[in-house]
Design a protein around this ligand. Structure first.
Ligand code: FDA
Length: 283
């Protein structure tokens, strides 16, 4: 059964690229950049993965033609990671060729812990060839991030730091919020000290304020990093941050395969369930 899109519209910009354009333009008009994500994950057959590569390539071209200030975010399981690793790498290279040609950037989102190592491996391989056109995500809740963060910082990787959105067991990930926040601060500090332009992805005021204070104390300058938030959450805060002189970017997902993304947003914060419930009862 297909659920009606009205449920997801709080968190998802549209089912098509065209439906998302006004939302991207609106954010851009406030000085907020965007990363567009064509939703979907865990593609199981080659035809679908091939089609997805074509869709991502088309997306880069469409962003360019429409003159939007947007990069793209992708998931390797959409490019065939579950089918074959070298096939996935080949697809990633095709996409990055197009990104380089259009002088834009592709962020590889981080998925569940079964895929962490291979995602980092493929990112590193791509980074050697495509440099500034590709970046990765690290999840602060993973125990292994204490090694991954310094390692990626040492090669000058472009890292988006987030808490982590997947349900992981205790042996793999921190389980309580104070510990996750402390890890996040520690990794943000390393990235701010050692990389040229880290991306701080959180809606959490404690972390946003900590980063602002750290940057001020260290005299790093507001242009040395970027705050990132998700579409539909805290837009006013993003506008305020932009007006204060910080660089900002909103992650804007769109597409028909919105259910897994939508479910993660509902599970991570009870208020998000209320948002959806109120949408259902509005005309
Ligand atoms: P969290 O939900 O932990 O809330 C902490 C506190 O922040 C709340 O108690 C409240 O005070 C405040 N807050 C949160 N939301 C608010 C709201 N809407 N309004 C007011 N206050 C609010 N994950 C992943 O595993 N892989 C990935 O690739 C990515 N990519 C990604 C990109 C971007 C741009 C973002 C922002 C996030 C991701 N994530 C992700 C998701 C991330 O891992 C995490 O699940 C969510 O950001 C939720 O954690 P937060 O720190 O944002 O707030």
């Amino acid at each position: 059964m297909k659920l009606p899109f009205v449920l997801a519209k709080r968190f998802v910009a549209g089912e098509t690229f065209d439906q998302s354009i006004p939302k991207v333009r609106h954010l851009n008009s406030h000085g907020i950049k965007v990363t567009l994500d064509l939703l979907g994950e865990n593609v199981k057959d080659r035809q679908m993965a091939d089609d997805t590569v074509e869709s991502y390539i088309q997306l880069i071209k469409n962003i360019h033609t429409a003159g939007l200030k947007s990069t793209i975010s992708i998931k390797l399981t959409m490019l065939g990671l579950d089918i074959d690793e070298s096939y996935c790498m080949n697809n990633l290279s095709k996409l990055l060729d197009c990104a380089r040609e259009h002088d834009t950037f592709v962020r590889i989102d981080m998925e569940g812990s079964d895929n962490t190592q291979i995602t980092i491996d493929l990112f590193k391989e791509a980074f050697k060839e495509y440099g500034k056109h590709v970046g990765i995500v690290i999840q602060a809740y993973l125990h292994r991030s204490k090694d991954d963060i310094p390692d990626l910082a040492s090669i000058g990787a472009d890292v988006r730091l987030c808490k982590g959105a997947y349900s992981e067991p205790e042996r793999i990930a921190l389980q309580n919020m104070p510990a996750i926040r402390e890890a996040f601060k520690e990794y943000a500090r390393i990235l701010l000290d050692k990389t040229t332009y880290p991306r701080i992805a959180t809606h959490d005021d404690e972390l946003v304020d900590w980063v602002k204070t750290y940057v001020l104390e260290q005299n790093l300058g507001k242009s040395r990093f970027e705050f990132q938030m998700l579409y539909g959450l805290r837009e006013e805060t993003m506008i305020e941050l932009t007006d204060e002189g910080y660089n900002t970017r909103v992650y804007v997902p769109y597409g028909t395969m919105w259910f897994p993304y939508f479910k993660r947003r509902l599970l991570e914060r009870k208020e998000n369930i209320f948002f959806v419930a109120s949408t259902m009862f509005k005309k």
